[in-house]
Design a protein around this ligand. Structure first.
Ligand SMILES: O=C[C@H](O)COP(=O)(O)O
Length: 267
């Protein structure tokens, strides 16, 4: 069946990373309004999956709401520990995230690399931890402005992904997010052509490490100053299967508009 899988069969994922914004009460209001807005707009969730990534302290509230109202919105953690339990003050285990029904976890976000000194090896260990607990890691990679100048657009993200995939368990799902650091929160998004070039190279790494079938089925997202006004260009690209959205994921109407831009699936 491998040759039957095409990029058109990858259901796009629009993921909203709230970073350190919205407390547990605000998270309930936001998710409820997002669900209403998408329902009013008759959003077809089969054509674009929606996920939010609240702070850890919000996850139980979001889970309770999503489960009680049976909302078609996935949620995940912004990070997890490489360890399963023990004396690791401040860390959150994949087991705890799984117990709250989290489907995804962001791993290796550039803010974790920059402010918490996470290395590629740490990130590989976190990918392994996510898979141990049945959580899909969204593996973030991306180059800084200096990397771009010195090595071009693909070299650093490709090298980062190669190491991160050392932690991936055979047969377990992954999502990759290409987030050029210079585009995050800067208002200066990559062009859709730049995103396509790097996402295609990243798909090549997935193929090399995990095989062609996995590469064909893996969603690769673009992140960095995504807005309702530029999502269409990214989604037209063959190797871009959605977006990891930061600032715009906190703006209800803006985020709903990004979600509603649908790539045609199964055509
Ligand atoms: O995780 C999301 C990214 O860091 C992108 O953030 P941004 O959309 O605010 O540029």
């Amino acid at each position: 069946m491998a040759d039957m899988i095409s990029q058109n069969q990858r259901v796009p994922l629009i993921a909203g990373n709230w970073k350190m914004n919205l407390d547990h009460l605000q998270s309930i209001a936001f998710v409820q309004k997002l669900a209403w807005t998408l329902k009013d707009a008759r959003h077809d969730f089969a054509t674009a999956e929606v996920a939010v990534f609240p702070p850890f302290t919000d996850l139980r509230s979001v889970q309770t709401l999503v489960n009680a109202d049976d909302l078609p919105i996935a949620f995940g953690g912004q990070d997890l520990s490489a360890h399963d339990s023990g004396a690791y003050t401040g860390e959150i285990s994949g087991a705890f995230l799984k117990a709250l029904d989290t489907k995804y976890v962001i791993v290796g976000h550039s803010e974790r690399r920059q402010y918490h000194g996470e290395t590629d090896a740490d990130i590989a260990a976190k990918v392994a931890a996510a898979h141990r607990h049945g959580i899909v890691p969204i593996i973030c990679v991306g180059e800084t402005a200096e990397d771009l100048e010195q090595h071009g657009p693909s070299a650093v993200p490709v090298a980062q992904l190669r190491v991160a995939l050392e932690g991936a368990a055979t047969g377990s799902d992954i999502v990759v997010a290409y987030e050029p650091v210079w585009a995050i929160g800067s208002g200066l998004a990559a062009t859709s052509e730049q995103a396509q070039q790097v996402c295609a190279a990243l798909r090549g790494v997935v193929a090399e490490v995990l095989g062609d079938d996995v590469a064909e089925a893996t969603r690769i997202l673009y992140g960095g100053s995504v807005k309702a006004s530029n999502i269409a260009g990214f989604m037209r690209e063959a190797d871009v299967d959605g977006a990891l959205v930061g600032g715009a994921s906190l703006l209800l109407e803006e985020f709903a508009s990004i979600v509603r831009f649908q790539k045609h699936v199964g055509t």
